[in-house]
Ligand binder design. Structure first.
Ligand code: EPZ
Length: 429
């Protein structure tokens, strides 16, 4: 298993190209199931999760073509996927595949909408919490699906097709909103989603579905209205930039000091996180090319942050902010309200010398002058990258184990950081 070795203490200076968003790419690929024509996705990041979803969709009969390199392409160019679900040969998504990636459960909605049936394994718990799918099931039932749960599988049927309905989510759910959208676009009649997730990735998926011929309005607000259509076509869509990758590198620069341009990043996708980063003492500016983060001298100021659905501070940046706060001049508090168990990084940050106390959903972080390198590992993607941020500022060497978590969601992390002066390398084997 690969590891990443980091020797801390260097500033970051230069430019980092921001990739397409993982959490938009996955539902966009799944949306390809809704049409028998080709959906072309551009700006797709090269990530392990994308490869895994390719395999899962392949099992349903979807062909995915990846055109080769073109003259002038560099290693930092994204890929284009041509997704063709001309014939769906299998409407079952087995446990062996769904258990490897939770988002693959979302195939249930387009399979049900297009084929009238789907059998998809329940995803089970994961390192950040129990993560139920009751609200996804509720959304499909509201559109007329009959749902049974049998031997760990959700079996959804709508032999006469889905019909429009009203879906009121009792709590904001990204996956629930994707499911409702993908079920409603081919339903007979109008669907209204209340308390919909406003995350930019939901808007990106809705934009793509509209290019495919869907009639969706209100995406990006908490009320989305969908007029069902009989059929969707192919389309071409470019994935929006990854706001979590953007925020992660922004926090890395705030941690080490330096001056980095995050190329292609869009501030409106993470304004609340950028405001927090500015409060910590870094200078945040943006222009048409991206977002520039600068911190030269001066300490890191402590902050009080609570994670919230968009447009609040994202749970997917909570671990990274905690890493930054380990070296703040004072005490900070971070409250996690989205996932009950998303503090797996606390024990590992402590191995580097961080002082963090947990009380229920709130972490109290007492800033220290120095972190010291150590071997560490983490059990999920964002926790792993928080260890990278801490290691970049720690004295001596840190070895981050279980790098496959990073490969699931960060494209060429070590080369992007090394280009800006970090002493970071992948150790194979
Ligand atoms: C998406 O997960 C993201 N995953 C997560 O990114 C992200 O942390 C999360 O949204 C919140 O922003 C992808 O986009 C692939 P939710 P999702 O449904 O859709 C509860 C990462 O690191 N809930 O918005 O699964 C749930 O337990 C990840 O890239 C129910 O109670 O999250 C949580 O408390 C990990 N019942 C809250 O809602 C349900 O049926 C929000 O979860 C569904 C969710």
């Amino acid at each position: 298993m690969d590891r990443i070795r980091i020797v801390g203490g260097r500033q970051l200076n230069g430019a980092i190209p921001i990739s397409g968003a993982k959490n938009a790419t996955l539902p966009l690929m799944i949306a390809g199931l809704l049409t028998d024509q080709t959906l072309t996705l551009e700006n797709v990041p090269r990530l392990a999760d994308v490869g895994l979803l390719q395999r899962i969709l392949g099992n349903h009969g979807v062909d995915i073509m990846v055109p080769g390199k073109r003259p002038g392409d560099t290693e930092h160019d994204s890929q284009t996927l041509q997704i063709s679900a001309t014939h769906i040969v299998d409407t079952t998504a087995p446990y062996e595949l769904v258990s490897k990636m939770r988002a693959s459960f979302w195939v249930v909605a387009p399979l049900l909408a297009r084929m009238g049936e789907a059998k998809v394994s329940l995803p089970g718990g994961c390192a950040i919490g129990t993560r139920p799918v009751d609200l996804l099931i509720m959304a499909m039932e509201k559109l007329g699906a009959e749902i049974e749960i049998e031997a760990g599988y959700v079996i959804a049927r709508a032999k006469k097709g889905l019909r429009g309905g009203e879906i009121v989510f009792p709590k904001v759910t990204v996956g629930g909103t994707h499911t409702a959208l993908m079920a409603a676009v081919l339903a007979n009649g109008t669907t209204v989603i209340e308390n919909a997730a406003r995350e930019p990735e939901v808007t990106d998926v809705a934009d793509c579905l509209n290019k495919m011929g869907a009639k969706i309005s209100g995406a990006g607000t908490s009320r989305i209205v969908i007029d069902g259509v009989a059929k969707l076509n192919g389309a071409r869509h470019s994935v929006l930039p990854d706001r979590i990758e953007t925020g992660t590198y922004a926090m890395a620069v705030a941690m080490t000091g330096g001056d980095v341009m995050l190329e292609g990043a869009r501030p409106e996708l993470l304004q609340s996180a950028l405001d927090t980063i500015a409060q910590t003492g870094a200078e945040v500016t943006s222009n048409n090319h991206g977002i520039r983060i600068k911190r030269n001298g001066g300490g890191i100021a402590p902050v009080e942050v609570t994670t919230e659905p968009f447009p609040g501070f994202p749970t997917d940046l909570q671990a990274q902010l905690m890493a930054l706060m380990t070296r703040a001049k004072g005490t900070s508090h971070i409250t996690e309200t989205i996932f009950e168990n998303r503090f797996m990084h606390v024990q590992e940050l402590a191995r580097l010398g961080a002082r963090i106390e947990l009380d229920g959903e709130t972490a109290t972080i007492k800033g220290v002058d120095k972190l010291k390198g150590a071997p560490v590992m983490a059990t999920d993607l964002r926790a792993s990258v928080s260890l990278v941020i801490a290691a970049l500022a720690a004295e001596g060497e840190t070895m981050v184990n279980r790098v496959y978590h990073l490969d699931r969601g960060f494209e060429r992390l070590e080369s992007k950081l090394a280009r800006c002066g970090a002493a970071i390398e992948r150790v194979s084997g």
